[in-house]
Every structure is written in C-alpha cells, then in structure tokens.
Design a protein around this ligand. Sequence first.
Ligand code: FES
Length: 150
Amino acid sequence: MQYSAKVMDHFENPRNVGVLEDANAIGEVGNPRCGDIMKITMRVNEDTDVVEDINFQTFGCGAAIAVSSILTEMVKGKSLEDAIAVGNDDVVAELDGLPSVKVHCSVLGEEGVAAAAKYYYERHPDKTPPEGLEEKIARLAALEEHEESE
Ligand code: FES
C-alpha cells in the first residue's frame, strides 16, 4: 500500500492532538467498518461562530490519524458553516490521495466535526444551524447503516 508523503508527514507528526479543556463543541463518532473511534473537540467563538481551536483524539489507524490531523488544519479559523462544508473528498485531495481501502477512514473526521457542530447548536437554540448540517448528519448515518449491512 502506497501512502503519499503528506500522509506520512501527518501520521508521523500529527497536528492538534488531544482534548481541548475549554471546548464548547464536542463530537465522538465510531467507524462501523473497523470499530475505531474519533473524538473532536472545538472551541467556537460564540459571537462569530468561528472555530478558534480544534483538537482530535483517535483510536484509529494511521490513515485516520493523518486525515484528522490535516482536517484540523483545514477547519481551524473557519466559520462553523465553512467547517461543515469540508468533506472527506477535500481531505483526501489535500493529502494527495489515500489508497481506496482506506477511504472509509477519512469519513471519521468529517463525521466528528459534524457531530461537534450539532452539539454546539443543540446548546445554542437561539442560533440557526447552517443549512446542510442535518442533511450531512443524516447522510453520514445512512452511509454507516449501508456499511453495517454490507
Ligand atoms: Fe479504522 Fe482506519 S481502519 S479508521
């Protein structure tokens, strides 16, 4: 299996690893294909809804580590709406590709950010979640069910 230099770099030197103590958006998701889990913690500015900081912790494989690492770099500084719009395709492209058997690992990061955003909006009922958040969560859940039944 051939990994790009970028994947190896993020696997060997993962960025933004850990759990943010002052997080106000938390997402924990599992990968039904392999049972690995991912925890995303974010600090979102409650006035601007910008992701000021983001950490990840995963008991996933090397590809999941590389994906989460680059995802945190792509999401940091974005509005929640733009953060949610980052998909696993974008992450895989940014990593210069992933072997096809490992693409399912890249969904974990995307799911973690969506779950953390949901957590945030549930605790801020005065705010309107970006269009597409519910749709994205439903789509990712359907993907899991599909994989579970494979
Ligand atoms: Fe589980 Fe990659 S094998 S996340």
